[in-house]
Design a protein around this ligand. Structure first.
Ligand code: SF4
Length: 429
C-alpha cells in the first residue's frame, strides 16, 4: 500500500492555496489543509496521517497504515453556495473552476445544464456513474437549481449513451422541470458554447460566458460532489477516474470510483497490473485535451479525468506543420508530440476559426468547421511533409479533404492514443 499522498496547492482555476498545516501536524481525513487566497477552493486531506512536507506547491502527507472511509465533515452552512465553498468543490470535468463562484449569481428563469457529455473518448467514469446512480445526478441538478433560483434543468448527454439515458428517463419524472437533450457523438460536443448551441440553437460569442445565456453548466461529477456536500457534509477528497491503455490487464478502460485525491498515478496503473511493455507516454486527461504526465510524480487531483498509457510514438524524422485547435491540444502539446516523433517543426498555424481573447485561443463555433484548405496550402509552402493536427471532428474532416491532395500526410494528435485502445481514428466523418 502507498503511504505518501501529495496535495498540489493549485487544483483549480485561480491562485495556489495557502497551507494551514505545518510539518509534523497530525491530520484526519476530511480536514481542511489549505485555503484559497482570492479565486480558488479549499483543499482537504483524503487520508489521515502525518504532514511531512509543506512548500509553495504542495502538501505531502504520510498516511496512517489503517485508513477509514469516515471523514471530518464540513461545518453547517446557510446556503448551498456556502456549502460548495466549504467543501472545496471545483469543476471536476477538468476545468477546475470553483463552483461557489459559478453559483454566485442567481439566474431566475435560467437553466442549470448538467454536462454529462463525457466528450473525451475512452473516459467513461461519468457515464458509468450515471448508469448506476441516475438520481444522484438529478439531485445535484435540483440543488444547483435551488442555489441560483434557476427554474429549468437540462441534462446534456450523447445519444450513443443509450443505457445511461434509459436510466435517467426511469427517474426523471420525479423531478420538476428537468429535461434531457441528446447530442451527437462528435468532438467537442462537451464544450460549453457547443452545448448551449445544441440546446438553444444560438452561438454565444467567444467572449461570452454561459451566464450571458442565463445558463450555468456543471459537469456530472461536480453535481454529484454538490449532493455529497449537501447531504453528507463531505468535502471533495475523492475522485472518479478512468485508467486505460497499454496495461497488463488489457487495453479496455478501468473505471475507479472515489479514489483518494493525492494518490500517485503509478498506484492506479499498478491496480491495472502495471504497464504492458514498451510505451510512448502516460497521458493525464483525455485523448484530446490531456497532456503527458510524469509517472513518478503525478497524483490524482480534483480535476484528473483519465490516466492513459499509450503505445510508442511512430518516428517521422522530417518536416511537419502544426495545426492548432482551440478546443483540443495547444501548440505546446503538439510540439511535444512532434518532438517525440523526431520531427522538425517548420510552421505553426491556428485553425482559422480561432480568435485570441485575453491571450487565450477561443473558437468561434466549436465543432463547426470553416474549412481548412487555405491553411493546408500554407503548410505546403512552408515545406511541411506532414501535418500534426489537433482539430475537432468536423475540421479534421475538412483537413482530410484538402491536405492529402497536396501530398501532405496527416497525423491527428490523438492517433497514438486511439491506436492503443483500438478506437476509430479522428479522420473523415
Ligand atoms: S473549428 Fe477549429 S478551433 Fe474550433 S473546434 Fe474545430 S478545429 Fe478547433
Amino acid at each position: 500500500m502507498n503511504f505518501v499522498y501529495k496535495f498540489p496547492l493549485k487544483m483549480h482555476v485561480g491562485a495556489a492555496c495557502k497551507p494551514i498545516v505545518n510539518i509534523d501536524d497530525i491530520v484526519k481525513r476530511g480536514q481542511c489543509i489549505a485555503i484559497p487566497e482570492g479565486l480558488g477552493a479549499k483543499i482537504h486531506t483524503s487520508v489521515s496521517g502525518l504532514v511531512t512536507k509543506v512548500d509553495g506547491t504542495c502538501i505531502i502527507i504520510r498516511a496512517d497504515e489503517t485508513q477509514s472511509e469516515d471523514y471530518i465533515k464540513i461545518k453547517d452552512c446557510d446556503s448551498i453556495k456556502d456549502i460548495c465553498f466549504e467543501a472545496g468543490i471545483v469543476g471536476a470535468g477538468g476545468a477546475g473552476f470553483p463552483t461557489h463562484v459559478k453559483l454566485a449569481k442567481d439566474i431566475e428563469n435560467g437553466y442549470i445544464i448538467a454536462n454529462c457529455v463525457e466528450c473525451e473518448p475512452i473516459l467513461s467514469h461519468n457515464i458509468s456513474f450515471i448508469e448506476q446512480n441516475p438520481e444522484v445526478v438529478l439531485n445535484g441538478i435540483k440543488y444547483a437549481m435551488e442555489a441560483v433560483k434557476a427554474s429549468n434543468g437540462v441534462i446534456a448527454i450523447k445519444e450513443k449513451n443509450a443505457k445511461a439515458i434509459t436510466c435517467l428517463e426511469k427517474v426523471i419524472q420525479n423531478y420538476k422541470n428537468i429535461t434531457i437533450k441528446k447530442l451527437p457523438d462528435i468532438y467537442p460536443m462537451g464544450e460549453e458554447r457547443a452545448i448551449i448551441h445544441s440546446i438553444f440553437d444560438k452561438w454565444l460569442e467567444p467572449t461570452q460566458l454561459p451566464i450571458e445565456a442565463n445558463c450555468i453548466i456543471l459537469n456530472a461529477e461536480t453535481l454529484v460532489n454538490i449532493v455529497r456536500a449537501v447531504e453528507d457534509k463531505k468535502p471533495v477528497i475523492d475522485k472518479d477516474i478512468t485508467v486505460g491503455g497499454k496495461l497488463q490487464n488489457g487495453n479496455k478502460q478501468n473505471v475507479f470510483f472515489q479514489v483518494p485525491i493525492g494518490t500517485p498515478i503509478k498506484q492506479m496503473i499498478d491496480k491495472c497490473g502495471g504497464i504492458d511493455g514498451e510505451y510512448g507516454e502516460v497521458l493525464i486527461g483525455g485523448p484530446y485535451t490531456g497532456s503527458a504526465g510524469n509517472i513518478e510524480n503525478d497524483v490524482v487531483t480534483k480535476t484528473s479525468g483519465g490516466i492513459i498509457v499509450t503505445i510508442p510514438f511512430p518516428r517521422f524524422e522530417d518536416k511537419v506543420g502544426l495545426l492548432v485547435c482551440a478546443c483540443g491540444a495547444n501548440e505546446n502539446r503538439l510540439r511535444d508530440i512532434a518532438n517525440k516523433m523526431g520531427s522538425e517543426v517548420v510552421e505553426v498555424l491556428p485553425c482559422k476559426n480561432i480568435e485570441v481573447i485575453r491571450g487565450a485561443n477561443k473558437c468561434k463555433t466549436p465543432g463547426n468547421c470553416p474549412g481548412q484548405a487555405a491553411v493546408a496550402l500554407k503548410f505546403k509552402k512552408a515545406g511541411a511533409k506532414r501535418l500534426i493536427i489537433s482539430n475537432c471532428s468536423d475540421c479534421s474532416n475538412t483537413v482530410m479533404n484538402s491536405a492529402p491532395k497536396l501530398g501532405l500526410g496527416v497525423y491527428h494528435h490523438t492517433d497514438h492514443v486511439f491506436r492503443t485502445v483500438d478506437h476509430e481514428l479522428t479522420r473523415r466523418l
